[in-house]
Every structure is written in structure tokens, then in C-alpha cells.
Ligand binder design. Structure first.
Ligand code: ZN
Ligand code: ZN
Length: 213
């Protein structure tokens, strides 16, 4: 499994370029900003991008989506149904609040809990993790390389922290419940690739994350 991390934009969001080594099919998770850099990474990896996947609809995770959709017309956009409103609305995706209103093209596919996104020989399992936003998603691949799984957690779970629940659509009890029941239940050695900051593991967060212990 190919996993490239690009820290993009003023909020240093993690954009992940993910691909299947055998087929060179790929996806871009959270194209937050800096389309040119993301495209250069895709080219360098030799990937054919099939999906633009959004963990949620905040501007710092979808800011480059319109440009990438134009540059990669074959790539389809997928997010949770609830988040599609944020893609189309600069108030809901918070970009208007930062004085740089933007929108994204509509999703081609709306995702639900337990859906699977095929990426060549890989399968990304869709996990609904509400609480930072109502339609927050994580994407889990059983075979993330080295025999361990990988989960792309968006702004739900960070190394040593969790996402904000005080923005529209947020709810702290839902966030904690979803993290506990749907993320911490993954195999302990699973690598966590969060929406901001350094990667971690499920085991490390279950043992040391001050919000979860
Ligand atoms: Zn967010
Ligand atoms: Zn974010």
C-alpha cells in the first residue's frame, strides 16, 4: 500500500495520497489545499486516481477539491451525505468565516457506515465517526502495509488529542462514543493517520490519549 502524506494549507491539514502497489489505482483523502503539490505527488507515485474522499466537509479538507476534479476528470468525489451540504455552502464549510469563501463540486457518491471503497486490490472500509461534524468519516484498510492496518481518521482522533466538538454539527458525547466503539475497537497495532499532526496507533491512543483514558 502506498501512503504519502502532504501537509497542506494554512491549517496544516494532512492530505493523503493512497494507492494500490499492484494496480497503481489510487485515491486522494482530504484534498485540503495546494492542488499543484498534490498532483505532483500523484504523478511521482504513478497513480491513477479514482476517488477524492472527504473525511468531512470543512474547508481545510476540501479546499483543493474543485481544482483536482478539473485536473483529474476521471476521479469521483465521495463523502457522507450530511457533508455534501458543506461542500456546496461556504458558510457550512467555514471558508466564509475565514474570509476566503469556497465550494466544491457535489459528491458523485454519498457514503454510509460499512460501505467499501475499492482501490485496485485494496478495500477501504467506511467508518462513520460523527461528533466533530455530523457526517465525519474514517477510512480503514485492513492491509496498510507491514501486516498492519491503517485508518485515516480525519478530525475525529489525533495523536494525544481529539477533534473539536463545538463547531456546527459537532457533539462531544457522540464523538467520544464513536471513537471508543468504532476506532479503538480496531486492532491495536493499526496505524492512525489523522487530519492534522503526526501519525499514531490505536494502542497508543487507547493507553495514553488524555481524552480517552
Ligand atoms: Zn474539521
Ligand atoms: Zn481540519
Amino acid at each position: 500500500m502506498i501512503i504519502k502524506t502532504l501537509e497542506v494549507g494554512p491549517l496544516q491539514s494532512n492530505c493523503y495520497v493512497v494507492g494500490c502497489e499492484a494496480t497503481h489505482k489510487g485515491v486522494i483523502i482530504d484534498p485540503g489545499a495546494e492542488a499543484e503539490r498534490i498532483l505532483a505527488c500523484v504523478k511521482e507515485c504513478g497513480l491513477e486516481i479514482e476517488w477524492l474522499l472527504d473525511t468531512h466537509g470543512h474547508a481545510d479538507h476540501i479546499g483543493a477539491q474543485a481544482d483536482l476534479k478539473e485536473a483529474l476528470p476521471e476521479a469521483r468525489i465521495a463523502c457522507h451525505e450530511t457533508e455534501s451540504e458543506s461542500l456546496a455552502d461556504s458558510n457550512k464549510n467555514l471558508s466564509a468565516m475565514f474570509g476566503l469563501p469556497m465550494t466544491s463540486p457535489s459528491p458523485d457518491w454519498t457514503l454510509s457506515h460499512d460501505d467499501e471503497v475499492p482501490v485496485g486490490d485494496l478495500r477501504l472500509q467506511v467508518i462513520h465517526v460523527p461528533g466533530h461534524t455530523a457526517g465525519g468519516l474514517a477510512f480503514y484498510c485492513e492491509d496498510g502495509g507491514d501486516g498492519f492496518g491503517a485508518v485515516f481518521a480525519g478530525d475525529a482522533l489525533f495523536a494525544g488529542s481529539i477533534g473539536r466538538a463545538d463547531l456546527p454539527g459537532g457533539a462531544m458525547d457522540e464523538l467520544l462514543n464513536a471513537i471508543r466503539t468504532r476506532l479503538l475497537s480496531l486492532p491495536p497495532e493499526t496505524r492512525v493517520y489523522p487530519g492534522h499532526g503526526e501519525p499514531t496507533t490505536i494502542e497508543h491512543e487507547a493507553r495514553f490519549n488524555p481524552f480517552l483514558i
